[in-house]
Design a protein around this ligand. Structure first.
Ligand SMILES: [Zn+2]
Length: 279
């Protein structure tokens, strides 16, 4: 059975168009600065043919200089302004406890910044904690995300009424030692390692004192970084329409709102490796 859409009786003021200038003003007033990286499929990879049948699945070589085996290429970051709203915070909670975002957000792009699924967005005016463990390869090496320094005002150990300002990047660090077990002694930023200006971990201090994990040993860190999101939508402007008088398709300058998730919750790692290094 078919159920045709019921047309309203009155078609006056049928189209409620966006006032683009108002929207732009709003974005520049309340929006967030983000770094936007556009995605494109990588043309690398080979398919195998067996008995005249060619596989439809490509193997992406890990040494592809464009995608490092990810199958997707990202442009260099471009700073743009977007509207970002959490999909998980209710206004009531916001009013009482403050703003928060969990794994998903809505991002509204200006009409000239049309997004595509898997585009990457780095929130430049935010911070979040992330934890990971990895095997040490070098003296100075990147983590999954660049470490950022965050100012925190707290009480002190001796007085809860005297504010103390500190600036931290790595809040916890542990080191694995022989036989795959861990040392019980935590490593401390500024004592056992430092953080470079571009957010990499620098083991020079710990190498000198002998407390750094050796090359090939595992370590874990809990640190501040910028929130990184990937677009998980296939957004497009649905309201382009055929102009009868001019007899042409008119493209509309509407903003695009998409759902995005934190990058580490996405289906694959979309990190761009630093120059000269594989991820
Ligand atoms: Zn490739």
């Amino acid at each position: 059975m078919r159920f045709p859409s019921l047309q309203p009786f009155t078609r006056d003021n049928f189209r409620v168009d966006l006032i683009e200038e108002d929207f732009r003003n709003r974005v520049w007033e309340k929006g967030s600065k983000v770094d936007w990286q556009q995605v494109c499929d990588c043309p690398c990879g080979t398919t195998s043919t067996v008995g005249g049948n060619t596989s439809s699945v490509r193997d992406f070589p890990l040494d592809c200089p464009l995608c490092f085996g990810r199958g997707k290429v990202y442009t260099d970051p471009q700073e743009i302004t977007v509207m970002m709203t959490s999909s998980s915070s209710s206004e009531e909670v916001y009013n009482v406890w403050g703003e928060f975002s969990s794994g998903t957000v809505y991002i509204t792009f200006l009409p000239e910044n049309l997004p595509l699924e898997w585009d990457k967005i780095v929130l430049k005016e935010g911070s979040r904690l992330y934890s990971e463990s990895r095997i040490r390869k070098n003296t100075i090496e990147p983590l999954r995300y660049p470490i950022i320094k965050r100012k925190i005002v707290s009480g002190s150990e001796s007085s809860s009424t005297t504010p103390v300002e500190s600036e931290v990047g790595v809040t916890l660090c542990y080191r694995g030692i022989d036989r795959g077990i861990s040392s019980t002694i935590p490593l401390v930023e500024g004592v056992d390692f430092s953080v470079t200006a571009d957010g990499r971990i620098d083991w020079t201090l710990g190498v000198t004192s002998g407390k750094a994990p050796k090359v090939g040993e595992r370590y874990s860190v809990r640190y501040f970084s910028r929130p990184v999101f990937v677009v998980r939508d296939f957004p497009y402007v649905r309201r382009d329409f055929y102009e009868e008088v001019r007899r042409e398709l008119v493209y509309q300058n509407y903003p695009i709102k998409v759902l995005a998730v934190l990058e580490h919750l996405g289906a694959f790692t979309t990190q761009n490796p630093p120059p000269g290094e594989s991820p």
